[in-house]
Structure formats: structure tokens, C-alpha cells
Design a binder for this molecule. Structure first.
Ligand SMILES: [Zn+2]
Length: 159
């Protein structure tokens, strides 16, 4: 068994469920995922680590058809707005990379995956976001609008 290491330093794996952390400006609360020396909004130079929500919505996205040879295309690159604040760029996984499958404002949840394994068995873990609809539909309050008729199409015992 090898170790698991995160490919980005703002993805935390060691602490139960994976989550992302941001550097929150002590002065104005603006959040950054990459390391910053000063806040772009207020020029403050003091930051604290803040645990961010693992759920959010798709603010915008691009379907990427060309990438480095080792990258599997097409894939969905999105700007995800986290619940409670914070915006980051990540790939949307577990979805068909077609416009019909993605919509702006679509709820998503954090997901992690093994991006690669080195010779020692150390796994490099990356993250993305998956559509949250499955979880929501499974929930008791997940029944949306009545647009969809209840499933009554079972063809029954025709044998
Ligand atoms: Zn600031």
C-alpha cells in the first residue's frame, strides 16, 4: 500500500472526507486557492486557511477538445462557485462532455480520483466535481416540479 498525496496543496485528504482549503484574506475575507502574497482586493498580506464547502454550482464551463497528448479529451473544464463562497476552476467529471449534459447553475459535489501512481505505489490524488443530481434525486425532498410523470411504465407480467 502506498501513500496518497494531493496534486494541489489546497486539496486536503488526510482528514476524513476530502475537502479544499482556501487562503482567506484577514482584511476583507476574499478567498484564494493559489498562494498569494497580497490580497488583490484590499492589498492585505495576512491570510488564514479556511475549509471550503464541497458543494457548489457551475458558473461557466468549456468543453475541451484539445490538450496535451496524455490528457484524455474531450473533458469539461468549469468555473465552480462553492456554496458559502469561493470560486475555483476544476473539471466536471461523471458527465458526458456534451453541452446537453451540463447547464449553468448545475449543482455539483467534490469528487477525488487517482490521477497517477508512481513506482513506489504513491497515488497522486486530484479532484473535480460531479453533478449532484443523483444525490438530490435520491433524497426525500428531491422530487422536483411535477413535469415528470411518475414511473408507471413497468410492462408488468406479460409472460
Ligand atoms: Zn483582502
Amino acid at each position: 500500500m502506498g501513500e496518497r498525496i494531493s496534486v494541489v496543496d489546497y486539496l486536503v485528504l488526510e482528514d476524513g472526507d476530502p475537502y479544499v482549503v482556501a487562503n482567506a484574506c484577514s482584511g476583507c475575507g476574499a478567498t484564494y486557492f493559489e498562494r498569494r502574497n497580497a490580497c488583490a482586493r484590499c492589498f492585505g498580506a495576512s491570510f488564514e486557511r479556511r475549509r471550503m464547502a464541497s458543494t457548489g454550482t457551475v458558473r461557466s464551463y468549456t468543453i475541451v477538445y484539445r490538450a496535451a497528448p496524455e490528457v484524455h479529451v474531450p473533458f469539461v473544464s468549469a468555473i465552480v462557485e462553492l456554496d458559502g463562497g469561493g470560486v475555483l476552476k476544476a473539471n466536471i467529471r461523471d458527465v458526458e462532455p456534451v453541452p446537453e449534459a451540463i447547464r449553468l447553475g448545475m449543482p455539483v459535489v467534490l469528487t477525488t480520483f487517482v490521477a497517477g501512481t508512481d513506482d513506489d505505489g504513491t497515488e497522486a490524488v486530484a479532484f473535480g466535481y460531479s453533478p449532484a443530481r443523483t444525490a438530490r434525486e435520491a433524497g426525500p425532498e428531491g422530487v422536483a416540479s411535477g413535469a415528470r410523470a411518475p414511473v408507471a411504465q413497468e410492462q408488468g407480467n406479460d409472460g
